[in-house]
Ligand binder design. Structure first.
Ligand code: HEC
Length: 104
């Protein structure tokens, strides 16, 4: 995300296009870990996945805009990406950290 901010400032759209998939397609946790998280999420799993999907869609749109060299659209999609990060953090981060890392 920091690298994208820098690239946007310099209008380096090729670099934004390279970075976007790294945000959209992040690594998944090992299966055991994933099962523990899904078990903890329970009926909220869909909501959690929805936020992940929003990030994926927004970051992909940012990559497409960057490939077109459309700076305004890159910035709009970057903002949408950040809103989706924040939305998930506001719903889940605190309780997740308490559940899996103890108090922090
Ligand atoms: C589907 C939910 C979800 C989405 C979407 C999400 N996060 Fe998170 N994020 C979490 C949770 C839960 C934690 C707390 C667990 C942890 O720190 O390992 C976290 C922690 C973090 C941390 C702290 C890591 C640390 O080691 O302290 C950073 C930085 C972060 N997220 C960045 C992002 C960015 C940037 C995006 C958007 C591109 C994003 N997150 C999207 C759920 C999400």
């Amino acid at each position: 995300m920091q690298a994208v901010t820098g690239a946007i400032s310099k209008e380096e759209w090729t670099l934004v296009a390279e970075l976007a998939p790294k945000i959209a397609k992040h690594a998944e946790p090992p299966l055991g870990e994933k099962m523990r998280i899904l078990g903890w999420l329970g009926t909220d799993a869909g909501k959690f996945r929805g936020f992940d999907g929003q990030v994926q869609d927004a970051a992909s749109a940012m990559g497409d805009a960057a490939k077109r060299g459309d700076g305004q659209a890159v910035i709009a999609a970057f903002s949408k990406t950040q809103q989706s990060c924040l939305a998930c953090h506001q719903s889940f981060r605190q309780s997740f950290v308490e559940q899996f890392y103890g108090s922090r």
